[in-house]
Design a binder for this molecule. Structure first.
Ligand code: HEM
Length: 224
C-alpha cells in the first residue's frame, strides 16, 4: 500500500541500473576466471565486455537521464567538503541522485575499473597469453602494464569496501536506503522534500549507445 507520508520518485533509469549490476557480475566473473581453476579466454571476454560497459556509461553520463549525467553529480571540492562536514550530523540530507561524496566515489570506481581494463590490454602472463596490444609496446612496458593490471585490482577492492561501508553507514546511521533505489530505480522521499524534475532518457537510446560501444571495442580488438 502506498505510504501517504512519502512520495515515490524514479531516480535511476533501467540502463544505469543494468550497467551497475552487469559491471558487478562481470568483475566477479573476470576475477574468478583469472584464478587457477578459471579460464583465461573468459577473462579476456569479461574485460572486453567491461570496456564496452564503461564506454557506454561515459556516453550515458553525457547524453543519458539527468540523474546519470556527470555534470549533475560531480560536486566541486568546496561542495564536497561542505557536505562531508554536515554528513556526520544525525539529520538526513535528501539527495535525489548521488550525493556529493557518492558522486566522487562513482568517478573513482569507474576510473579504477577503466585503468584495470586498459592495463590488461597491454599485459602478458610470461607464458603464452597476452593482451591484444602487448606486442606493440615491448616486453618491459607490457610487464609494467601487467603489474598495474594486478595491483590496481587491490585498489578496486579497497574502493569497493568503502563503497559498501558507506552504503551501510547510510542505512544504519542515517536511515537512508541507497541500495533499494539501485535495484528498483525508485526512492521514497518525505512528501515535504521538493523534487526537481528528473528527465529520463529512452532505454532504446541506451541500447543504441551500448551497441556502438560494443562495436568500437570489437573493432579495437580486431585491429590489434
Ligand atoms: C564490482 C563491484 C561494484 C562496482 C564496480 C560498483 C560501482 C558503482 C558505480 C559506478 C555506481 C554509480 C552508478 C552510476 O551512476 O552509474 C555505483 C552505485 C551504487 N552501488 Fe555499486 N558497485 C559495485 C558493487 C556494489 C555492491 C556489491 C553494492 C551493494 C550491495 C553496491 C551498491 C551501490 C549503490 C547503493 C549505489 C548507489 C549509490 C548512490 O545512491 O549514490 N555496489 N556503484
Amino acid at each position: 500500500m502506498p505510504n501517504p507520508t512519502t512520495q515515490a520518485v524514479k531516480i535511476w533509469d533501467l540502463p544505469t541500473r543494468l550497467f551497475h549490476w552487469s559491471l558487478l557480475i562481470l568483475i566477479a566473473v573476470g576475477w574468478w576466471s583469472s584464478t587457477e581453476n578459471g579460464d583465461m579466454e573468459l577473462h579476456f571476454r569479461c574485460g572486453y565486455a567491461v570496456l564496452a560497459l564503461l564506454l557506454f556509461r561515459l556516453s550515458w553520463g553525457v547524453m543519458g537521464s539527468s540523474s546519470a549525467r556527470f555534470a549533475g553529480f560531480i560536486a566541486s571540492p568546496r561542495a564536497l567538503l561542505g557536505y562531508l562536514a554536515r554528513v556526520k550530523n544525525k539529520d538526513v540530507i535528501h539527495h535525489i541522485g548521488h550525493n556529493p561524496a557518492g558522486g566522487w566515489m562513482v568517478l573513482a570506481l569507474i576510473g579504477t575499473v577503466f585503468f584495470i581494463v586498459l592495463a590488461g590490454l597491454f599485459a602478458n602472463d610470461d607464458m603464452m597469453l597476452e593482451g591484444p596490444f602487448a606486442n606493440d609496446v615491448g616486453k618491459s612496458i607490457s610487464d609494467l602494464a601487467t603489474s598495474w593490471h594486478e595491483q590496481s585490482f587491490y585498489g578496486l577492492l579497497g574502493l569497493l569496501a568503502l563503497h559498501i561501508a558507506a552504503m551501510l553507514v547510510y542505512l544504519f546511521f542515517k536511515q537512508e536506503n541507497l541500495l533499494l533505489p539501485m535495484l528498483t530505480g525508485i526512492k521514497h522521499l518525505p512528501q515535504e522534500v521538493s523534487v526537481p524534475t528528473i528527465h529520463l532518457r529512452s532505454s532504446w537510446l541506451a541500447l543504441l549507445l551500448f551497441c556502438i560501444a560494443s562495436v568500437a571495442v570489437w573493432l579495437l580488438v580486431k585491429m590489434a
